[in-house]
Design a protein around this ligand. Structure first.
Ligand SMILES: Cc1ncc(CN)c(N)n1
Length: 220
């Protein structure tokens, strides 16, 4: 069993909870309330900026040229391609780019992005790899689950298409190899990697919950 297999086994209950979440099931069916999707898009836009930051910092910590090139390439892909999809979704909802950039993060988005950015600055390359893994593998697995549940095309089909695309699969496969490589090279870091992986996975679950419940600050 590879180290990534072990992590996925440890996080299996979190994966199952994500697949069963009403945001996921209703998005798959095309019945998700527009307000919940809008909340996801605006918060995810803020999330993605820090996610790209994480890849950039990871790139600067990489020991070899190939890993550095790949991680910095992913950062660029997120800023360019993935955030473009969000800009398109937002435009459909009458949200401008300036609006997207000025949205205030709600508590779950603050918690998740702070965790990722802190791991990027303070963690080792192995912890960073483990923290990234649920963001990639989780979205691929959840989107594949959505594709299996979906019955025909609807307004959220581009979301499912994006996260089941060949490019996203390849990026996820690379991330998984990166986790396995770090697991092999740094056996002393397995506990720290597992903790980073599980924290990210739990925050992935919270992110769906945040969007579905339209989470806001209680006090402005
Ligand atoms: C919260 C979250 N996690 C992961 C992904 C996939 N990059 C995303 N867009 N948003």
């Amino acid at each position: 069993m590879t180290f990534s297999d072990q992590l996925l086994e440890d996080g299996d209950h979190i994966w199952e909870a994500q697949k069963a979440h009403p945001f996921v099931r209703e998005l798959a069916a095309g019945t998700l309330d527009a307000a919940a999707f809008r909340h996801w898009v605006t918060q995810d836009y803020r999330y993605l900026l820090d996610y790209a930051r994480l890849f950039s910092i990871a790139g600067s910590k990489a020991r070899d040229e190939a890993t550095m090139t790949h991680l910095l390439g992913v950062a660029h892909e997120v800023l360019d391609h993935e955030m473009d999809l969000h800009r398109e979704f937002a435009a459909d909802y009458g949200i401008s780019r300036a609006d997207l950039e000025s949205v205030e993060k709600v508590p779950t988005c603050v918690a998740y992005t702070n965790f990722l950015v802190r791991t990027a600055y303070e963690g080792t390359i192995a912890e960073i790899a483990a923290a990234l893994f649920p963001c990639m593998q989780g979205y691929l697995d959840v989107a594949e689950h959505m594709a299996a549940l979906a019955d025909g095309e609807h307004r959220y089909t581009p979301f499912i298409d994006m996260y089941t695309s060949e490019e996203f699969r390849e990026a996820t496969a690379w991330c998984r190899e990166f986790v396995d490589d770090c697991g092999e090279r740094f056996p002393g870091e397995h506990d720290a990697m597992r903790e980073a992986f599980l924290t990210s996975a739990k925050l992935e679950y919270r992110f769906w919950e945040m969007a579905y419940t339209l989470e806001e600050w209680e006090i402005a």
